[in-house]
Ligand binder design. Sequence first.
Ligand code: ZN
Length: 256
Amino acid sequence: MRVSSTDLKRYLAHVNLKNIGVIGQKKIIDSKILIIGLGGIGSPVATYLAAAGVKNIGIVDFDKIEISNLHRQILFSEKDIGSLKTKITKKKILEINSKARILDFNLKINNNNIINIAKNFDYVIDGTDNFSTKITINDYCKKFKKKLITGAISKFTGHIFFFNFKKKKSSCLRCFMPEIPNLNGIDCQSEGILGTIGGIVGTIIANETLKDILNFKNSIIGKILIINSENLNFKFVKLNKNKLCKTNCIYQRSNV
Ligand SMILES: [Zn+2]
């Protein structure tokens, strides 16, 4: 297994870790990761994964950058206001790592387009901010056996879920949330959010993704990590498979 001399220099601090080495760094470089949602969570995820050397990165968002995004979406600056999040994210990732191959999708993910968008990626990271999109991503990943890491942030709190759908008995997001809550237009912006919580959640998601690529045993798969940044409290809750879970119903109905 070969890593170029430039890469060896660049990732020396990774390579020097005995659990990573040259072989582990090559695994990181060759991994294929799709990030859906380029907000408070997607910004640090994209930054850290690109910096770690991940070459194949897909990015999905349909929004333009607004001034109210800047307190938590750290990839963006004042001069980016009004530009597409996908365009600026791609530019910033390539500034970090010019060898990255970025596929950018400026669209809202749905049950149909996700099939083609996500098919060539091994990991899907969900940093979106609404429940129905989260369920769409969950159902797709479960049906097509992708590894899914979902993050959610609100006020001072963050939730992280890691599902390995290659395992038959994996729980899923519907086990945690059987019905999609009707929030009547309430989003993280209107209910308030501490800027740093997206950074904490996004960085832990990047951390857990790298650990999984490297086959580390100690991970949060099958558990929910709940972070309260107000009290700096980290809590793990086991998420069991719910026998009544309606997962994949959309794909079963449509016979995709
Ligand atoms: Zn489920």
